[in-house]
Design a protein around this ligand. Structure first.
Ligand SMILES: O=C[C@H](O)[C@H](O)COP(=O)(O)O
Ligand SMILES: C=C(OP(=O)(O)O)C(=O)O
Length: 360
């Protein structure tokens, strides 16, 4: 049945207000709006030069080659749980770059450059949302600092990984990212599956926080399909986005509800389920989160165990995720912060990281 169209006077003119009018606006609803640059504006101000663009595309292809078995190196996504200090992140990247070069015949090392944090309830949500960490939120500054940081990190030559949390953030930053995660809290979300289906890089879906893999296998099926969904154009206008589907996806096992899933039985069950569903059986093991019960030291024995399983013949294990920073452990955010130490989940320190990667 054809619905009659409701006539609106000057709909475009009414909808699009000047930036000044939108700058800070208290709406009748429970929200305030602050204008942001469009993706085109941010990318225009901090452009990705052709050399870096080619580097990112090359790195995405190298990851795809591991996922489809054309390259048998181990994919290692490693770095801070979250980045709160750009200087420390860059120092970490410079050290990691050297280590990555040393082991590049056996591993492809990708740096975690996580700018958005999903929270169980509330907490600091990352550099992108609240760069000053004062609870006020400043997405404009967060977007600028995040893009500058990713450009500086990419200039080291390392491939970069993020978690794609806001469906809008990738429009601003995605051109710099070679691998992305959809986290345990959002793997079941249709919005995130739609987003993943249009992303140009490989995507790892974490198992759900309950430890079950069904949400992630459903997500892989959904992301492989094309979708139509609302979104934002590069010029900042609302658009219908039609995606092609992304077949470069895989499962990330991160444990759940205090139960681990990196042992050979759990991995065999997961790869069997993926094969039954007609999906790529390549799995990455997240050595942190519920697999390590948030005890950063345990990541070392988990990584060794998983690599031993691979050596024993399980070629479906394609990668590891590790949380690591300059200093071991974590600290509460506050006045006297220790340089290079996580303010979210605990991480391996640099010495432990170096020794672990060499030993693997
Ligand atoms: O990776 C980081 C955390 O595990 C995730 O952001 C959830 O943190 P929270 O449970 O402290 O909110
Ligand atoms: C939040 C993260 O993981 P998960 O979604 O598995 O909790 C993370 O890797 O930073």
């Amino acid at each position: 049945m054809n619905m009659p169209l409701i006539a609106v006077e000057n709909p475009i003119e009414n909808a699009v207000k000047s930036d000044a009018e939108h700058a800070v606006k208290i709406t009748p609803a429970r929200r305030r709006e602050v204008a942001l640059p469009t993706p085109d504006q941010l990318r225009g101000n901090f452009p990705l030069v052709a050399k870096l663009e080619a580097q990112v595309e090359h790195q995405r292809q190298a990851i795809r080659n591991i996922l489809n078995g054309a390259d048998d190196r181990l994919l290692v996504v490693i770095g801070p749980c979250s980045i709160h200090d750009e200087v420390a992140a860059l120092e970490y990247a410079q050290r990691l770059k050297q280590l990555a070069a040393e082991v590049s015949d056996r591993m492809l090392i990708v740096m975690r450059a996580y700018l958005e944090k999903p929270r169980t309830t509330v907490g600091w949500k990352g550099l992108l949302y609240d760069p000053e960490r004062n609870g006020q939120g400043d997405l404009h500054q967060g977007l600028v600092r995040s893009r500058q940081l990713l450009l500086n990190l990419a200039a080291t030559g390392l491939p970069l990984a993020t978690e794609a949390l806001s469906p809008f953030a990738m429009d601003y930053l995605g051109d710099l990212v070679s691998w992305t995660a959809i986290g345990a809290r959002t793997t079941e979300s249709q919005l995130h599956r739609e987003m993943a289906s249009g992303l140009p890089m490989p995507v790892g879906f974490k198992n759900g926080t309950d430890g079950g893999i069904a949400a992630a296998t459903n997500a892989m099926k959904s992301a492989a399909h094309g979708h139509h969904h609302p979104g934002l154009s590069a010029r900042g206008t609302p658009v219908m986005i039609s995606t092609e589907g992304n077949a470069d996806t895989h499962l990330v096992l991160r444990g759940g509800r205090g139960i681990t899933n990196y042992d050979s039985h759990s991995i065999a069950r997961a790869t069997h389920a993926l094969q039954q569903a007609g999906l790529n059986p390549a799995v990455m093991v997240d050595c942190s989160h519920d697999n390590a019960c948030k005890q950063h030291e345990r990541q070392q024995e988990i990584a060794r165990d998983v690599v031993a399983q691979r050596r024993a013949g399980n070629r479906h294990i394609c990668g590891l995720m590790l949380e690591s920073f300059l200093q071991p452990g974590r600290q509460n955010d506050g006045a006297d912060l220790q340089y290079g130490c996580s303010i979210t989940d605990p991480c391996l320190g640099w010495e432990q990281t170096e020794a672990l990667i060499r030993s693997l």
